[in-house]
Design a protein around this ligand. Structure first.
Ligand SMILES: O=C(O)CCC(=O)C(=O)O
Ligand SMILES: [Fe+2]
Length: 299
């Protein structure tokens, strides 16, 4: 039986094409996802963040020859280009924001869930690092499979250096997003997400994958981020990761994506003058933040 493979689409593909392949295969590669000065600057910003990271503390999952740097919206202004990329954000919206119908008394109402950034991480696998166990990233949410109603996450892995079998490209099992929770992932079922610098793998949280073995003589750097359903807890706590002075300088859409949004299902509201308001209203109110001692002396 031949193995399923990963499709690579050109950077000018449509959101519909991207979504169709992700829903069929569990993932897709987008060539030339980020190029030019945006890519160069992001790479510099990520390299600077990584400079303060040491190797991982255990070799089962995080890797003792792997450096990781998170809190990337606090440290890399060019992350905005990644999260607002029309193919990533567009596909995340189409895949995750599936409306649900609920009753409020006799009123039938449709609610569309919010989405949010759930984690960010630069992952630098050094020579000699063995492969990571195959896993599903939606394990953080204890997601059960198959879930015919909805997916919880659309993950990105952006190649900041070349991804080949030798350098430790992410290993993926196409089609595994449809498996139940009893089926065990086997290494022979994986394919390598081979990518040129600047290309990106988009895959859903239920797709089995894992970092590869780096048998080359140079580090492999990938930048990963999860866009998740807004009604589940963030894996990496963005409220604590992005300081207010940086948060306030980000575009409003990114503030919302970092979790500063309430949506139609009242998630994350804050009381203000007896009203349940969106945290964004709170963020935009310096008085409130000052009274909490969070922006002393700002502006
Ligand atoms: O580094 C990689 O290629 C994959 C890493 C990964 O899947 C993880 O740490 O959850
Ligand atoms: Fe993972």
């Amino acid at each position: 039986m031949s193995k399923a493979s990963l499709v690579t689409l050109p950077g000018d593909a449509s959101v519909e094409q991207v979504v169709e392949i992700i829903e069929r295969d569990g993932g897709v590669i987008i060539a030339d996802f980020l190029t030019g000065s945006a890519f160069k600057e992001l790479k510099q910003q990520v390299d600077t963040a990584l400079d303060t990271s040491t190797f991982g503390h255990e070799n089962f999952f995080v890797g003792t020859s792997t450096r990781r740097a998170s809190r990337l919206f606090a440290r890399a202004p060019r992350m905005v280009d990644v999260v607002l990329h029309p193919l990533y954000l567009g596909a995340a919206r189409k895949i995750l924001q599936k409306p649900v119908s609920v009753w409020f008394g006799h009123e039938r109402t449709t609610i569309t869930p919010q989405i949010q950034i759930g984690m960010t991480q630069a992952i630098e696998i050094h020579p000699g690092q063995g492969k990571q166990p195959l896993h599903r990233d939606d394990t953080s949410f204890l997601w059960r499979h198959p879930n015919y109603a909805r997916e919880a996450r659309l993950q990105i892995m952006l190649a900041m250096t070349e991804f080949t079998q030798e350098t430790g490209a992410t290993k993926v099992i196409p089609g595994s997003h449809k498996w139940d929770d009893e089926r065990r992932p086997e290494p022979e079922e994986t394919v390598d997400a081979v990518m040129a610098v600047g290309s990106a793998l988009l895959f859903i949280g239920s797709t089995y994958h894992g970092g590869g073995t780096n048998s080359s003589d140079k580090p492999r750097l990938g930048l990963t981020m999860g866009i998740d359903l807004g009604c589940i807890r963030q894996e990496e706590n963005q409220y604590l990761s992005v300081p207010f002075d940086i948060l306030k300088g980000l575009p409003e859409e990114v503030q919302r994506l970092l979790g500063w949004d309430a949506g139609e299902n009242f998630m994350g509201w804050v009381e203000q003058g007896g009203k349940m308001v969106s945290p964004l209203t709170h963020l935009q109110s310096d008085d409130v933040l000052r009274s909490l001692g969070l922006v002393g002396g700002m502006r």
